[in-house]
Design a protein around this ligand. Structure first.
Ligand SMILES: [Zn+2]
Length: 151
């Protein structure tokens, strides 16, 4: 048990950021401000999660963690080499960043709303807001550097 391991989990009810020690990230964790249940169970997967237009609000806009939204398509050649880098980032940033994957062909409304004109492409969301966007074909350390400010 290490007390240095603290996770920052945003309350999905009142948007307050809660610092939760690693040993308290069980199902009983509650928001210090409003007492709502903190979604600690969904943030420690260490894997990317697929999102679509149906669950975009829940998984991205109401995420308890900052979100790296990786936009890709099956026909995108660069995506084939970038996807493993994104998965590696998801493992490395477990409990800090939610890594979400969006297939742009299956989600044309989101692609057009967020103006995704090239692939692969990364959008960063925090507290329900789009924070920035950048081409996804970056080495992992560059992605880490970009995401560090939201963690
Ligand atoms: Zn709260």
């Amino acid at each position: 048990m290490s007390f240095k391991d603290t996770y920052t989990i945003r309350c999905t009810a009142c948007s307050t950021k809660n610092k939760v020690p690693a040993e308290k990230t069980d199902a009983k964790a509650k928001c210090g401000k409003c007492g709502a249940h903190l979604e600690t169970d969904t943030v420690f997967s260490g894997r990317s999660t697929m999102v679509s237009e149906q669950d975009f609000d829940t998984k991205v806009l109401k995420s308890p963690l900052p979100v790296l939204l990786y936009c890709w398509a099956t026909w995108c050649a660069t995506c084939k080499t970038t996807t493993p880098v994104i998965e590696e980032f998801a493992r490395d940033s477990k409990g800090r960043v939610r890594v979400a994957k969006l297939n742009v062909d299956s989600s044309p409304m989101l692609s057009s709303k967020y103006n995704i004109l090239s692939l692969p492409y990364i959008l960063v969301f925090d507290n329900g807001q789009l924070q920035e966007s950048f081409p996804g074909a970056l080495p992992k350390h560059k992605i880490m550097m970009k995401m560090a400010q939201y963690i």
